[in-house]
Design a protein around this ligand. Structure first.
Ligand code: PGA
Length: 246
C-alpha cells in the first residue's frame, strides 16, 4: 500500500534572517520541479506563520507545539485552535527538545495530541530514544507511543522517529538500523491500533538528515519521509532533500 510521504522542515527557534527568501525559494523549487513525491511542510517559529500562510505558496505550514487547552492563563503558550485559525494544517508534538527543556510528560502529550486531533490538525508526533537508552529502545518507543489517545483519527497522525542522539550531531543510525527500527515502530503501532490501520501511518525519520544521506534514508521501504532541522534552514539543502525520493 502507498503511504503519503512528507518532507517536513522544523526550523526550531531560527529563521529571522532571510526566512521569506528561503520559503520563496523552496516554493519556486517545488513548483518548478513539479515535485509530487512528498508533501512539503515548513514549521517555522509562530511569529512567522501568518506572513507565510498569507503569501499563498504551494507549501503547507505547521506549528512546532500547541497547548493542551484552547485558551486561558498560560503565558507564552499557543493553542491548537489558534494554529488552525492562523491557517496551519500541521503541528509537531512531543519533540525531544520540548520533552527535555519544557519537561513535557506523557500525560500532557496525550492531551495535546487529543486537542490537535479535535481541530483536525495533522500531528507530527515525535518519538526517539536517548543515547543511554539505545539498549532499551523498543521499550522507550513503546512507552512514548502510549501517549497516543485511543480515539485519534489515524488520518491525522504522522510519526517522526528521531533518535535524540542523532539530532544536530551529524550522527545517524545505519541505513539498515533505520529501516528495522521503523518496522519495529509499525509493529508496535499494529499492536495498539490494529494491523491495517498501522499500515496507513506515515513514519518519518529525523536526526541529521542532510543532502548527502537523504537519498539512502528516504528510499528505504519503511521510511515515509523526513523531519529535518538544521538542513531545512538553507533552501538549497532542503531542496536537495526534497529531490531525494526516487
Ligand atoms: P536536525 O534536527 O535535522 O538538525 O538533526 C532534526 C529535528 O530536531 O527535528
Amino acid at each position: 500500500m502507498k503511504r503519503v510521504k512528507y518532507t517536513i522542515a522544523n526550523w526550531k527557534m531560527n529563521g529571522l534572517n532571510g526566512a521569506v527568501k528561503v520559503v520563496n525559494s523552496i516554493d519556486r523549487h517545488v513548483k518548478k520541479t513539479r515535485h509530487k513525491k512528498s508533501k512539503v511542510v515548513i514549521c517555522p517559529p509562530f511569529t512567522l506563520l501568518t506572513n507565510f500562510i498569507n503569501a499563498k505558496t504551494g507549501i503547507n505550514f505547521g506549528g512546532q507545539d500547541c497547548h493542551h487547552f484552547n485558551e486561558g492563563a498560560f503565558t507564552g503558550c499557543i493553542s491548537a485552535q489558534m494554529l488552525k485559525s492562523a491557517g496551519c494544517k500541521y503541528v509537531i508534538i512531543g519533540h525531544s527538545e520540548r520533552r527535555e527543556y519544557q519537561k513535557e510528560t506523557s500525560k500532557e502529550l496525550n492531551l495535546k495530541i487529543d486537542i490537535a486531533n479535535k481541530y483536525n490538525l495533522k500531528i507530527i508526533y515525535c518519538i526517539g530514544e536517548k543515547l543511554s537508552e539505545i539498549k532499551i529502545r523498543k521499550k522507550i518507543l513503546n512507552s512514548q507511543l502510549s501517549s497516543l489517545p485511543k480515539k485519534i483519527n489515524i488520518k491525522n497522525l504522522i510519526i517522526a522517529y528521531e533518535p535524540v542522539w542523532a539530532i544536530g550531531t551529524g550522527k545517524t543510525p545505519t541505513i539498515g538500523e533505520i529501516n528495522s527500527i521503523h518496522l519495529d515502530i509499525r509493529n508496535l503501532l499494529s499492536k495498539k491500533i490494529g494491523k491495517s490501520k498501522s499500515q496507513n501511518i506515515s513514519i518519518l525519520y529525523g536526526g541529521s538528515v542532510n543532502p548527502s544521506n537523504a537519498s539512502d534514508i528516504l528510499n528505504l521501504d519503511q521510511v515515509d519521509g523526513a523531519l529535518v532541522g538544521g538542513a531545512s534552514l538553507k533552501s538549497k539543502d532542503f531542496s536537495k532533500i526534497i529531490d531525494s525520493y526516487s
